[in-house]
Design a protein around this ligand. Structure first.
Ligand code: KG4
Ligand code: ZN
Length: 359
């Protein structure tokens, strides 16, 4: 089965062709970073307009690279939630138009499920780790979400949230701290690079949500901590101070993510921990998780960088599994800013009991 995936939930316009076995036949990602960088964050209206301009050329390129014509595609998968409503609509409308014109099935994919299944993608010529055995625990850390999940199977119904952030997502914290330090957007890769030569012990910052039992995260206190440091000492002017501050901030984030992820793996008695989402591209996170996993007897599976950040291959694969089961959302596809995954942690409100209504 060859599935065309389309992703427009935030600031990447992406299309890919992937089989139900996860083989990536093509994978095209057009970033909007240049569009949003002057504003220090994503501007939703500009995102929608840029998707509208670029989506069909990106789809055409993905088909060309897969050496397939549209007529050879067996189905279409498109991100329908969570994300910016206007941006999602561009992808969903285009996908519906294509499916209708080709008379092929179409399925909507939850972007977070795409991230969680990205570990199963196989890129030609790229070394990829053995996929994890089920069940596994996954840390999904991106710009919009940070949560731990137990994954029992490859469909939405078999994914359970164990705990999430009460406020900022990890990537959001990287982006906000970078903005505070005048470093540009997106902040994650910039801080990652600067932190490599910094000394994390040179600056004293609080450890976010260190309580032992909780699987929830909170990063806004750490961000405020950095803001206070800057208010007291001024924006670090020399390279050394800047690198040290970045290293201190990053090490606190990474330490929290790794500690809680391994705690979740232990609690759930699973053998594998999967890293997913844009923050999983962070070098220190990848290294520290692997080292500490080894000590704890947990296999840490880290997908290639391109599978971690936003892409359409993960959407095509998650959709291919649904299409393979004969599912079809034709005529009933709706967009939503929220994930369909049940949540136990709600922003600003902490953990709810399992019987509380889902929002
Ligand atoms: O998954 P993703 O590409 O998009 C969302 O679904 O949000 O994640 C983007 C986020 C941004 O906040 C970005 O700063 C962060 O991932 N990010 C990183 C790194 N690369 C991207 N954070 C830390 N270190 C990195 N190397
Ligand atoms: Zn994402």
């Amino acid at each position: 089965m060859r599935v065309l995936g389309i992703e427009t939930s935030c600031d990447e316009t992406a299309a890919a062709v992937v089989t139900e076995r996860g083989e990536v036949l093509s994978d095209v990602v057009q970033s909007q970073v240049g569009v949003h960088a002057p504003y220090g964050g994503v501007v939703p209206e500009l995102a929608s307009r840029d998707h509208l301009r670029n989506l069909m050329p990106v789809v055409r390129t993905a088909l060309e690279r897969s050496k397939l014509a549209l007529a050879n595609i067996d189905g279409i998968a498109v991100t329908c939630r969570p994300g910016l409503s206007g941006a999602l609509l561009v992808g969903v409308q285009a996908a519906q138009g294509l499916a209708w014109a080709l008379d092929k099935p179409i399925v909507g994919v939850d972007h977070l499920v795409g991230h969680l299944l990205a570990v199963f993608l196989r890129y030609p010529g790229v070394e990829t780790p053995e996929p994890p055995a089920l069940p596994f625990v996954a840390l999904l850390a991106s710009g919009g979400h940070t949560a731990l999940y137990r994954v029992d199977g490859l469909s939405l119904e078999q994914v359970r949230e164990l705990g999430a952030t009460r406020d900022d997502a990890a990537g959001e914290a990287f982006d906000k701290v970078a903005k505070l330090l005048g470093l540009g957007y997106p902040g994650g890769p910039i801080i990652d690079r600067l932190a490599r030569e910094g000394n994390p012990a040179a600056v004293s910052l609080a450890r976010p949500m260190p309580q032992r039992a909780s699987l929830e995260f909170s990063f806004s206190g750490l961000k405020t901590n950095v803001a206070r440091w800057v208010a007291r000492h001024g924006r670090p002017g020399n390279d050394r101070a800047l690198r040290d501050l970045c290293a201190a901030f990053q090490s606190r984030v990474v330490d929290t993510l790794v500690t809680k992820s391994l705690r979740a793996a232990r609690q759930e008695s699973v053998q594998s921990l999967v890293l997913a989402g844009g923050v999983a591209a962070n070098r220190e996170l990848r290294e520290r998780a692997s080292e500490r996993g080894l000590e704890a007897g947990v296999r840490v599976v880290v997908p290639p960088l391109r599978a971690c950040t936003d892409n359409a291959a993960m959407i095509a694969y998650a959709g291919a599994l649904r299409l393979e089961r004969g599912e079809n959302d034709s005529g009933k596809l709706e967009v939503s800013p929220r994930t369909a995954l049940p949540r136990v942690t709600h922003k600003g409100r902490g953990r709810r009991s399992a019987s509380a209504p889902l929002g």
